[in-house]
Design a protein around this ligand. Sequence first.
Ligand SMILES: [Zn+2]
Ligand SMILES: [Zn+2]
Length: 280
Amino acid sequence: MDESAYFRILKNLGLIHDAATEKQASSVYSKYRFYVKYLVKAQKSVVLWGAISILLIFLVANLREDKDINQLCYFLMFAVSAKTVFFNIPVVIFYDRTLRMLIVECTHCEHVFKCDEAWYCPHCKEKNDFSDPFQYYIYSLRYSFLHKCKNCHKSPIAIQCPECHNPINLIDGETKEFAWWARLTSDTRILPVPPGHIERVIPIDEEIKRKKLEKENNPPTMLEKFKERIRSRTSSVIDLHKAKVELLEEAGLIEDPEERERVKEIIYTATEEIEEEQGI
Ligand SMILES: [Zn+2]
Ligand SMILES: [Zn+2]
């Protein structure tokens, strides 16, 4: 029996809730919030039933005399362990996979990105980064920018698109101003795009779509992104120096000192590499 058939059985048993049957779960963020609350519940159930299974296994291993109660202990141990393995764990797997498959598409430039990427909270400025393997499974979905911040438990109103830097709504209603938007840690733009300014015009045609696909499979590093931003501002040595100063000023606004130094270091390296390329 393949996996999806098993998930269908769990759905029919009422153990899995599907957003497809919910009228209100139409946008990515409403779907996300629908699934994530069940994921958290399912994770807690696995911990609870897993702990009971271990206790029962421990109890059975320490049984001494042959009494009627022993059989009951064996029965309970098998029943509880089977429930955990065949019902509780698959439910977590289902919600985890479903959530990780959801992608956010920018309403301005059609750029797409994943919902478990590291991000900065606009309310408390803390970084939500759960890329190490343990935290990845426990926290990266629970504390996605589509849900809430691990530190202050508030939800962002919008996320800044890492490509065109415009806000993408994460609630029904207005996005408010720049200070209210969450930002991916891979996004290099820390200051708002000036009104009327278009960072890059992106005509939507086949060529662009193909390039976008290529880029998704091979995303540029932060260093490459900064190099691109410096190049777009540079046509002379004076411009290069100016671009460097401007970007360093922008980086100076990062609150986390470690992150600030890291970004500044990248800007220095990017400028040096461009200087070398241009033979300055
Ligand atoms: Zn926060
Ligand atoms: Zn965009």
